[in-house]
Structures are given as C-alpha cells and as structure tokens.
Ligand binder design. Structure first.
Ligand code: B12
Length: 471
C-alpha cells in the first residue's frame, strides 16, 4: 500500500508521457559491445527456426525499446525467455532496456487505472486497478517472473493478489473466454507460492463441453483446450486429494479433445494451433510417439515465412516455446537461472539493422468491401469500393475507404499481438456479452480469413466481407 501511494502521482505522469510516443523501430546506434551473432544452427532445422524467429522478434523492437506500441512487450519478453533464458541473463543493453520498458509499461497501466478512479484509500485500491485485463496482467506476470522479478512486490504492488481479484468475475465483457482464463491460472501457478485456488481450477474444468473442448475450439484448432491443458498441468499440484479423481477425469477429457483434432498430416489445424496443441501434449506428458510429435513439429516449421516470422508477431510468440521444447508452463524452469549468479552470457542480441522497407508502391487496384449484418438480416448490406496501391493490406484499404467516404463508412479497431482487430463497423460494435463479432470472409465463396486485416493483401477486383455474426 505504502509503495502504491508513493508512486501514484509519478505513475500519472508516466502514463501520459512514456506510452504516448509514436512507435518506431530502433536504428541500432546502441549496438552492444558484447553482442554475438547466433551461430550453430547448421543441419538442425529446429534450432535454425528458433534462432531466426528470435532474431526477427528482436528486429521488431521499437525506439522506446518495447514492442508493438507497448501492446506486445510482455508476450515478446516471455517468448524470448522461453526460447532461451540466457537472453535476459546475457545482460545485453538492448535486452535490459526492453525489460525496463516492460516495467514502465505496466507501471503506466497501473497509473492509468489510478487516473480513471483517482488516488484514494486502500479500500478503493482493487476497484481502481481492476481496469487491467486479466490476459494482459497474466502475460505481464509471466514475463516478469521469467525475468527474475518479484511479482508479489512489484514497486509496492502485489500483482498476484491483483490478478486473483481481477479473475473473480467471469465471464464478463473483455474477459469471457477460457484462453484468457488459462493464462490467468498459468500466471498464478508460476508466481508467488505457486498455489492455485480450487475455484480457479473448477472454473477451467467447468468451461469444457462434453467432448472436452471449449468454445472457440474447432473452427481452426484446439487452441483453448491446449491452453487449458497447460494451465491444468501446472495447477495439478494444488488439487486437493478429495477432488483428484474428478480432476483427472476432466483433464483426460480435454487431452482427448486435443488429440481428436489431429489430422492425418500430423497437424492440429494451422501452425499456431499445431504448436499450442504440441505444447499442451508435452505439458501433459503424453508420450511423443502417441501423437507423432516429430511430424507435428514439421508441420509447424513449414509455416515459417522467408522473413523468419510465422505470419505475424502473435503467431511467432505462440510458436516459439515449442521450438525450444518448452510450453507456457515452463516459466518455472526458466526461473531456475535466476538463482545462478553470473550465468554465462550467450548474448544472442543479434538482428542487425532492421530492414527498412524500400519497396515502391504498386499500381492502384480497387476492391469491394461488403458490410453485412448476419444477425439483424433486415439491416441492408453496405458495399464500398476502395482503391490503394497493390501490396497494401486490407487494413490500409479500409482506412482509404473511410477517408474517402465522407462519413458514409466508418470502422474502429484495436491493436493486438496479431495486428489490428476490427471492433466495429458503421457504429455496430463487437459485443462480448451477447457473443457477437465482425468476422472476415474472403471472395464469393466466403472463405473464413485465417488472419486479420493486417495480414491480408487484397487482389484487384477482390471482394472482402465483414460479416456480423454470433459465436
Ligand atoms: C477468442 C478468440 C477470438 C474471439 C475474441 C473475442 C473473445 N470473446 O475473446 C473472436 C471470435 C472475436 C475472434 C475473432 C477472430 N479471430 Co480469433 N482467436 C481467439 C483465440 C481463441 C483467443 C484470443 C485470446 O483471448 N487471447 C488472449 C488475450 C490475453 O490476448 P488479447 O490480445 O487481449 O486477445 C485479443 C485478440 O487476440 C483478439 N483477437 C482474437 N482473434 C483475433 C484475430 C486477429 C486476426 C486479430 C488481429 C485479433 C484477434 O481478441 C482477443 C480478445 O479481446 C485465439 C487463439 C490464439 N491462439 O491466440 C484466436 C485467434 C487469435 N483468432 C484468429 C482469427 C483468424 C480470427 C478471425 C480473423 C476469424 C475470422 N475469419 O473472422 C477473427 C478476427 C476478425 C476481426 N474482427 O478482426 C487466429 C489469428 C491467426 C493469425 N495468424 O493472425 C487465432 C490465433 C486462432 C488460430 N489458431 O488461427 N477470435
């Protein structure tokens, strides 16, 4: 409490200055004397993929030393540590600045919450801080734990207590899926004394359907069941004896859900889903031969792009732990290096100068954007044309359409690890309470997009549909 009050005003100042900077990638004037280029991946596809992907992530570090305007710093730091804990222990200056930025961002988030409800008494503290989403807080805790911080006393704040408090009301707007809930359990389980309350375990188990899968599992892959299995594997030690047999039965059910989604080619859906499913089956100690772990890994490797990422930042951070033979429950292993003084520095702070895009804009092309309400079908559809240089993203076409429509077409979006998430069109917003959202469909056969508007590069004459639907 003392620490909180004393930094309250400081945080208010930080929140308005530090985060507001426009993100730009660093220009590498600050090269570390100790930096080494990663080597030794010849003949080892997995190590090469791992090193290349971490290198790509480091190239995304911005001028303020964070990632993606502060949205993704925690998930990148966590992924880097799960990839190889010597990243932090190598003490390269850029790494340390990245970790400092992580701390500043979280302090700024805490500060923003304080600003929203004012600096008050200790009894108001929790409601004041409740603004931080559970998923984001969980990722901060995991990133901080993996870099040797005490999350029970983070500049006077007990983040673990705060997380438990914020997990109380579930489901609610902004916290209504078990993917996020699992991240919360993973954070509780790998911080403080590592204990997870039975009510949290019960909630995770209660989200399962009869087949052990969760809402959102299926369309692409068993992502939610996979996160749940990682969380439950970690929380297993906290299960009281009286509940153990029920726990084991439900746990096995979710493992079965994941295994039932494996396809003949060894994948569990796209690269992300395959990587998460593999991490889960590893966390659950399912013998690799039973689920053809090597084949699944090959399927994931095949999704790596020439630039070394796996499609976007979100995909890359979720896949990285698998390449290091780890999973989201491996923070405990990573933390062991915190107790070893003077760890050898494997300063793989490579990356070289970020490649500045030098491509010339392509010739102008025109696409059709359709806005359709699949819930209120009486609502007429809206079609707008948008023209932008070939090679632009769908998001850029949307921006162009809004700018030239003189108010007739509008949208809103929110930045995430996976890029811009479309949150509303012409004033109609995603609705987490009633489970409605804007999905993306492509072409006359209305194929569901496998990525977001930043990862879709429209073709001339193409049709892109934003379809409001229930989930
Ligand atoms: C839940 C979920 C949704 C929910 C989110 C709402 C809710 N109730 O939570 C809904 C149904 C809205 C959704 C929609 C879509 N999703 Co989705 N979703 C997920 C899931 C299972 C969990 C996300 C989460 O809670 N993360 C934890 C929290 C802490 O992180 P967060 O950053 O705060 O999470 C937010 C973003 O992830 C955002 N979001 C969710 N999906 C997508 C997709 C894109 C492209 C973007 C930019 C953002 C975004 O919503 C989350 C909650 O606010 C992930 C699985 C995964 N492996 O990550 C897929 C996942 C992120 N979704 C995916 C996709 C493809 C989509 C759609 C594009 C599908 C479509 N064709 O319409 C749309 C997005 C359309 C748009 N409006 O921009 C892919 C992205 C793949 C990629 N390479 O980019 C994932 C990774 C699934 C997969 N294995 O392929 N999704």
């Amino acid at each position: 409490m003392k620490g909180f009050v004393s930094i309250c005003l400081l945080l208010l100042a930080l929140s308005s200055t530090v985060i507001a900077k426009p993100p730009r990638r660093y220009d590498l004037e600050l090269e570390d004397a100790t930096s080494q280029t990663p080597t030794a991946c010849v003949d080892d596809d997995v190590t090469c993929a791992l090193l290349d992907a971490t290198k790509w992530l480091l190239q995304q570090q911005e001028e303020d030393w964070g990632w993606n305007g502060g949205i993704s710093t925690s998930s990148v730091v966590l992924a880097m540590q799960l990839a190889n804990e010597s990243w932090y222990h190598g003490k390269a200056l850029k790494t340390q600045l990245g970790i400092k930025q992580l701390e500043i961002e979280l302090l700024a988030e805490l500060g923003r919450s304080a600003k929203l409800s004012g600096c008050g008494t200790s009894s108001q503290r929790h409601s004041r801080l409740a603004k931080i989403s559970v998923g984001r807080l969980a990722l901060y805790i995991l990133a901080l734990e993996s870099t040797c911080h005490d999350t029970r006393d983070f500049y006077g704040n007990d983040l673990v207590e705060l997380l438990e408090h914020n997990m109380r009301r579930f489901p609610r707007e902004g916290f209504n899926n078990h993917f996020q809930y699992s991240l919360g359990v993973l954070a509780l389980c790998q911080s403080g004394d590592g204990s997870v309350k039975l009510k949290h375990i019960r909630e995770l188990l209660a989200g399962q359907r009869e087949d052990g899968c969760y809402r959102f599992d299926g369309e692409v892959g068993p992502d939610v069941a996979s996160l749940s299995v990682m969380a439950l594997s970690c929380a297993k030690a906290s299960v009281p004896a009286s509940f153990r047999s029920r726990f084991v039965q439900k746990f096995n059910n979710t493992v079965s859900c994941i295994r039932s989604k494996q396809q003949e080619d060894g994948s569990f859906g796209n690269g992300i889903s395959t990587a998460l499913a593999s991490q889960a089956l590893k966390a659950a100690n399912i013998p690799p031969s039973l689920w053809r772990a090597d084949v699944a890994l090959q399927r994931v490797l095949e999704t790596q792009h020439e630039d070394s990422h796996f499609g976007n930042l979100g995909a890359t951070v979720q896949i990285l732990p698998l390449l290091a033979n780890r999973h989201y429950g491996s923070v405990e292993d990573v933390k062991m290096a915190c107790n070893i003084q003077g760890t050898d520095s494997d300063n793989s702070q490579s990356g070289g100068a970020p490649s500045v895009p030098t491509e010339q804009p392509g010739p102008p092309i025109t696409i059709q954007i359709l806005i359709e309400n699949g819930i209120d079908t009486e609502e007429p559809s809206v079609t707008v044309s948008a023209t932008a240089p070939a090679g632009s993203t769908l998001f850029q076409f949307l921006q162009e359409a809004m700018a030239s429509s003189e108010g007739a077409f509008s949208f809103e979006s929110k930045m995430t690890d996976f890029g811009n998430s479309m949150t509303s069109f012409n004033g109609l917003a995603n609705d987490g309470v009633n489970h409605r959202y804007w999905s993306i469909l492509i072409g006359s056969d209305r194929e569901s997009a496998s990525t977001g508007t930043d990862g879709i590069f429209p073709e001339d004459g193409g049709e892109y549909i934003f379809y409001y639907r229930s989930y």
